[in-house]
Design a protein around this ligand. Structure first.
Ligand code: BGC
Length: 519
């Protein structure tokens, strides 16, 4: 047996090596890819509520909004045109992530990140300088392409670079950057909305160039992952890189397993045709359902519409922007909980705990709103009552921030075998973007029809997804990424989909069938 693999706490493989400064820094730089996504989530809601922006680009919407005299708090003025503008980005990202799959597989993960950053940069410039709606929309599409490429490549990059036992921590850097991007955008909107002269929105949109510059420049200095180097036929470079990132010469065993995975991968010429094979059914199911469920938690109702929501429950303009900043802060800090626990407690415990916490908060918030607004939507919150609602929204956001937020990106990036990893991640990104789009588009109409029941609606989904995780998601903490098939094989339900000869050398050595170990 090559190298000195030792046995980890669950009896599986644990390759030698430590967390080197080099791998830590590369992961920090790569994770900044999350900033562009986060910045965009946070910036558009605020910008589209600025009068000067509406007056310039959507005068019709502006006029209608000003003449809206409805007192029904549930059915505020709703413009599909305006929400389409906001959510067009997610459609562009959805399509781009499929192209990103080929770039990521053929040229390496770093070029997808670089390309994504660069296109986002051009989009930011177009938006900041926009003179008409065409420039705005073109800009949005380019931003979407950037997000599609970054979200496709960054999580995979992080999961491949990280040593198995710290994969959770390093991968969640991506989610941390998303939350920092959202918070920065909220703060910037807060500042630019005060600029007199009506050009504050330009500053908000143009500042997207900052995170784009960071990831584009950073990507140039990033090394490629050993997995990708082997996959693209550079074995010596891969060996060298593995030594460097693990901080030891004792890498033979891990290297051999990567080569075995790559040989397997080379047999697959068409990842898209392969991914639908029976043996990949567990991963395919997860990469569709996890992002779908992540969006059905209802988190983006808060991220996109927090200022509107807080205004609805009786806060003034300033106070509602401030409350968005508060939920943004909670989002960032609660993410650290998952950074420090995902590799110790495991993914399942966080999913289950976070799910229960969100569910309880959704029931409470729905009920608090029902008590005051009933079904008519007429009513008013006292300051203390509104503060109470905000408190439970914060507890809900915290639950998301240490469960479905980070794990929605981590788990799909770590469960696929190399040959279909890029394709699998594209599906993850596109399902995520599709439902981000659907919810952004439908929220205002849903609130108008379902009223306080909207919170129960999302609560119902959280209940379903929590049960789903309990039954169908095996624990993946500490398992080397190229050994993940053994975890599926050992699962009570998914095991049936994987035949014994789907498991090859590298997974099973010296007659030891490690699927027993992960059982
Ligand atoms: C989700 C986003 C969400 C963000 C909130 C991400 O994981 O994909 O849709 O807005 O978390 O922090």
């Amino acid at each position: 047996m090559a190298g000195g693999a030792i046995v980890n706490t669950r009896g599986g493989k644990d390759y030698p090596g430590k967390l080197t400064l080099f791998v830590f820094l590369t992961c920090v730089v790569a994770a900044t890819g999350g900033l562009i996504f986060g910045y965009d989530i946070g910036i558009s809601g605020g910008v589209t509520s600025m009068d000067s922006f509406l007056e310039k680009f959507f005068p019709e919407v502006y006029r209608k909004e000003k003449s809206d005299k409805s007192t029904n708090q549930y059915c505020k003025f709703d413009s599909q045109l305006l929400t389409t503008f906001t959510s067009s980005l997610y459609l562009a990202a959805l399509i781009a992530s499929f192209f990103a799959s080929t770039v990521t597989r053929t040229f390496g993960r770093k070029w997808s990140m670089f390309g994504g950053g660069l296109v986002f940069l051009i989009g930011a410039a177009l938006n900041g300088a926009a003179k008409n709606v065409l420039m705005l929309i073109l800009g949005r599409i380019l931003l979407g392409v950037g997000v599609g490429f970054a979200n496709q490549s960054v999580p995979v990059y992080l999961s491949e670079m990280a040593p198995a036992r710290l994969r959770g921590m390093l991968n969640i850097g991506f989610q941390l950057m998303i939350t920092i991007g959202i918070l920065a955008a909220n703060l910037i909107n807060y500042g630019t909305s005060k600029i007199e002269g009506g050009w504050g929105w330009r500053v908000s949109l143009a500042l997207a160039a900052v995170p784009a510059g960071i990831i584009s420049l950073g990507a140039l200095f990033l090394p490629d992952t050993p997995n990708s180097l082997i996959e693209r036929g550079h074995p010596e470079e891969a060996k060298h890189m593995l030594r460097r990132i693990r901080g030891t010469d004792d890498i033979d065993e891990e290297y051999d397993d990567l080569v075995a995975a790559s040989q397997e991968s080379n047999r697959v010429k068409h990842p898209w045709a392969n991914i639908v094979k029976r043996k990949y059914r567990p991963q395919l199911t997860m990469t569709i359902l996890i992002p779908f469920f992540q969006q059905l938690t209802g988190i983006n109702v808060i991220m996109f519409y927090a200022p509107v929501l807080f205004k609805t429950i009786g806060f003034g303009d300033d106070a509602s922007l401030m409350s968005a900043v508060i939920t943004g802060l909670v989002n960032v800090f609660a993410t650290f909980v998952s950074i420090f626990t995902a590799d110790k407690l495991g993914r399942r415990k966080l999913f289950l705990q976070g799910g229960c916490q969100m569910l309880v908060c959704q029931i409470i918030v729905g009920t608090l709103i029902a008590i005051k607004f009933g079904t008519s939507g007429e009513g008013h919150f006292s300051k203390a009552y509104a503060a109470f609602v905000v408190l439970f929204i914060c507890v809900y956001v915290a639950g998301f921030a240490w469960s479905w937020g980070p794990l929605g990106w981590l788990v799909p990036s770590e469960i696929f075998p190399l040959e279909i990893r890029s394709a699998g991640q594209s599906i993850n990104v596109s399902v995520n973007m599709l439902f981000t789009f659907v919810i952004a588009q439908a929220f205002l109409a849903m609130l108008c029809h379902m009223k306080f029941g909207l919170f129960y609606f999302f609560g119902g989904w959280v209940l379903i997804m929590t049960i789903f995780i309990a039954l169908f998601l095996p624990e993946t903490k500490n398992v080397p990424i190229e050994e993940m098939i053994l975890v599926w094989k050992a699962h009570w339900f998914w095991g049936k989909f994987i035949a014994d000869d789907d498991i090859h050398v590298g997974n099973v050595e010296m007659g030891i069938d490690r699927s027993k170990i992960y059982a």
